[in-house]
Design a protein around this ligand. Sequence first.
Ligand code: NAP
Length: 244
Amino acid sequence: MKYALVTGGSRGIGRAVCVKLASMGYNVLINYAGNTVAAEETLSLVREAGTDGELMRFDVSNADETREAIEAWQNAHRDSDEYIEVLVNNAGIRKDNILGLMPHEDWISVLSVTLNGFYNVTQPLLMSMQYHKFGRIINMASVSGIMGMQGQTNYSAAKGGLIAATKALAKEVARKNITCNAIAPGFIKTDMVEGLDEAALKKTIPANRFGTPEEIAECVAFLCTPQAGYITGNVISINGGLYT
Ligand code: NAP
């Protein structure tokens, strides 16, 4: 049995990734923060896609909670040769504001979920990937982390940092047949973009539309294949031509 862990798998892009990985034969560990109803819906879709999965509720920004959940899974699989070979660091939040009006907690929480979350989840999984000499790490960044977006200094900093971490880690683990890449989506139709003026924003996108979670999931799926083994330390933009 091959295992994939998707953080923020209950909704949006994470859900589409869970379903796609299930269709590729992965047993999917669906992490989420609190929305159990949505996470259970993802689990049903994973089962419909032909495999199985399990829910793993923990806050990726909480180091102790995250380590406990991952170690509990690892301890339960210690006797078998099973390990988490695919990790999709997808959990993310945005708390937009111009910096002059941004409360300290909104700076901290956005960085915590994305950057501390990356460390908290990835670090405990690396040793088993290295031992098995195969691993795939995919980090969900954003166009904001490349170009910088006004009203999103916290989010842009978090995603820019995640991109830098992706490049550094890729170099550390490449010899062990582990790849580490980032995907930088533009506007994708999920709960996260609710409240944005889609009609106005899509005029700024050459493709004249928002993307879909499934379009992101296809790229994650390819990066997980053995055929993508020479692609590492990259940032793949999926944004309808918004920024190249
Ligand atoms: P979404 O629909 O808002 O879903 C967010 C997911 O992250 C949910 O599953 C949520 O769990 C989970 N989550 C949030 N905080 C968490 C925490 N502390 N610990 C564990 N899980 C947590 O978001 P999305 O649009 O699918 O975005 C997914 C990723 O893509 C994010 O990293 C986002 O920054 C990035 N992205 C999105 C867009 C876009 O246009 N949508 C563009 C660029 C990048 P609950 O359901 O339990 O709350």
